[in-house]
Design a protein around this ligand. Sequence first.
Ligand code: OAD
Length: 236
Amino acid sequence: MLDGAERVAVLTGAGVSAESGVPTFRDAQTGLWARYDPETLASPQGFAANPGLVWRWYMHRLALVEAAAPNPGHRALAQLQAQRPDLTLITQNVDDLHERAGSQGVIHLHGSLFRFRCHRCRAPYALRDEDRTAPEPPTCPQCDGRVRPDVVWFGEMLPQRALQAALDAARASHLFLVVGTSGVVYPAAQLPYTAQASGAAIIEVNPAPTPITQIADVHLAGPSGEVLPMLFDAET
Ligand code: OAD
């Protein structure tokens, strides 16, 4: 299927970074939402209610991702893209492990842990060392608003340019690979359906079944760090 496909698009979720030690969101035992309340930590309401708690949580996640390294799944995807530049990589992840593995032009649907902006006026903010251990978020030098990570929280819009690029890639793809996502958060979860409606075949890589499994042509039930190198015959 890979060899026969003229254009390939890939959608990744938290599962692709699980083998790097970055926790997923919805896994029953280890997922972040099993231990933390998404409304408190990942919504504008939660930030308004307790900005210090939200800030400290994101600084903790930033440090965790900085200490993590790409795994063979990230590397296999980068290697595949090096062989076939038609590949578009779309991720819901806010980490930078795809980039550190060598992937180019990654479309980040849910923003980045490494970018910061004012919650009020949206002005970009350059993180200082002292902000990392501060009990409260920094204040915006432009408007005195609170600085926040430039990630998408519950109830917020996705970055429109990224979403449009992802939709375009899904529609243009002949093969759509879905890796390590529970497929329940929209609009990202719509992408495999959009790709299929435009004629793409769907391959899912995930140890567990998801709503996408029902529409997938192939479900490869295993961890992406093992399955992707085998699938692409990659050296990782
Ligand atoms: P989830 O935590 O919802 O799903 C992770 C998926 O990865 C599950 O289906 C697991 O079975 C699978 N998985 C676990 N280990 C894996 C491995 N080693 N290899 C492959 N798959 C594995 O994460 P997402 O689907 O990414 O949103 O969640 C979507 C969005 O919900 C996130 O981007 C985040 C969250 O709220 C925002 O932050 C806006």
